[in-house]
Write a protein that binds this ligand. Structure first.
Ligand code: PPE
Length: 307
C-alpha cells in the first residue's frame, strides 16, 4: 500500500489525500492519454532535503504533454514550486513525487474535445523500488514475450500513461514467472529497456547503453552517463543484442524509482560474477552520494528545501 501523505496538489490547490478524487468518466481513465513524472527527493548530508534534477523532470513532463498534444495550464516554474510546496506541506524530508497530467471528464469518445486538462502532484515515502537487497545483490531478469513499443505505435519520448500498459504486461508476466523484472526488446529484436528502467552493460571496462530510439530518455540514465564520463570511463550509446547482454561483465538498470539496480541473472544465465559488479558499485555509490548532496561538483542537480 502507498503510504498516505497529508495533502495532494490538485489543479492548483492542496487538498486532503482522501479527497483527491475524479469522476469515473475521466477521459484519461478510459483512453490512457495522460502524462506523468516520477521524481525523487532525498534527505541531504547537511540535514536539509533536495529534489534531484527537478528542472529536467518538469521539462520532460511538458515535453511528454507536447508529444501527446496536451497543453498544461501552468508554467514550468509553477509546477516546480508546487512540487516543493507539496513535499514541504507533507513534511517529507525524502520521498517520491508523482505529477500526473490528465484529461478530465466532459465529452466521451476518443476525441477529447474541450475536456479540462487537470494536474495532480502526489508525494509519498517510497523505499528501494526492487527491494533494499536488490541494490546490493542484484536482480533476476527475464526477456519479455512483449516487445517495447514501435516508435510509430506509441511515442516513447513521452512518459505517457497508455505506454505503461506494455510495462504492466511485461512486469506481471516476469513476476508471475518468478523473476524480479522484465527486459524488453524493441520491435527489431535489439535490447530496449525494462518496464520502468533503462539499461547499461559493461564489457572490458566500456560502459554501453541503448540509444534513445525506442526508450524513455531517462534522467537517471543521462546522469549516470555524465558521472561515468567524469570518473574517466568510456561510455557509448549503441544498439546491442540480448546475447551481448548475456556475456557482459556487468549489467544494471537505472531509473528514478529503481535508482541503480544491478542485474545478476538474465534468462537463467549468470551475468559476470552473479553479483553487483565493481563499475555498478562505483556508480551506485557516487549516485547516492550526489543525490544526498555529498559531491559539490553536482550541486546544480539539486533543488534544496527545508521542512
Ligand atoms: N524507462 C521507463 C519505461 C521508465 O518508466 C522509467 C522511469 C525509466 C526508463 C527511467 O527514467 P528516469 O526515471 O528518468 O531515470 N520509471 C518511473 C516509474 C516507475 C513506476 O513503477 O511507477 C520511475 O522510475 O519513477
Amino acid at each position: 500500500m502507498v503510504k498516505k501523505a497529508e495533502k495532494i496538489w490538485f489543479d492548483g490547490k492542496l487538498v486532503p489525500w482522501d479527497e483527491a478524487q475524479v469522476h469515473v468518466l475521466t477521459h484519461t481513465l478510459h483512453y490512457g492519454a495522460g502524462v506523468f513524472e516520477g521524481i525523487r527527493a532525498y534527505a541531504t548530508v547537511d540535514d536539509k532535503s533536495a529534489v534531484f534534477r527537478l528542472r529536467e523532470h518538469v521539462v520532460r513532463l511538458f515535453d511528454s504533454a507536447k508529444i501527446i498534444g496536451m497543453t498544461i495550464p501552468y508554467t514550468v516554474e509553477e509546477i516546480e514550486t508546487a512540487i516543493i510546496e507539496t513535499l514541504r506541506v507533507n513534511g517529507l524530508k525524502e520521498g517520491y513525487v508523482r505529477p500526473l497530467v490528465f484529461i478530465g471528464d466532459g465529452v466521451m469518445g476518443v476525441h477529447p474535445g474541450g475536456n479540462p486538462i487537470r494536474v495532480v502532484i502526489a508525494t509519498w515515502p517510497w523505499g528501494a523500488y526492487l527491494g533494499e537487497e536488490a541494490l546490493e545483490k542484484g536482480i533476476r531478469v527475464k526477456t519479455s514475450s512483449f516487445n517495447r513499443h514501435h516508435v510509430n505505435v506509441m511515442m516513447t519520448k513521452a512518459k505517457a500513461c497508455g505506454n505503461y500498459v506494455n510495462s504492466v504486461l511485461a512486469k506481471t508476466e516476469a513476476v508471475a514467472d518468478g523473476y524480479d523484472e522484465a527486459l524488453m526488446l524493441d520491435t527489431q529484436g535489439f535490447v530496449s529497456e525494462a518496464s520502468g528502467e533503462n539499461i547499461f552493460i559493461v564489457k572490458d571496462g566500456i560502459i554501453k547503453t541503448t540509444p534513445l530510439t525506442s526508450v524513455l530518455p531517462g534522467i537517471t540514465r543521462a546522469s549516470l552517463m555524465q558521472v561515468a564520463d567524469d570518473l574517466g570511463y568510456k561510455v557509448v550509446e549503441q544498439i546491442f543484442t540480448r546475447d551481448e547482454l548475456y556475456i557482459a561483465d556487468e549489467a544494471f538498470f537505472c531509473g528514478t524509482a529503481a535508482e541503480v539496480t544491478p542485474i545478476r541473472e538474465v534468462d537463467n544465465r549468470t551475468i559476470g560474477e552473479g553479483k553487483r559488479g565493481p563499475v555498478a558499485e562505483k556508480l551506485q555509490k557516487e549516485f547516492f552520494n550526489i543525490v544526498k548532496g555529498g559531491n559539490s561538483d553536482y550541486v546544480q542537480w539539486l533543488d534544496y528545501y527545508e521542512i
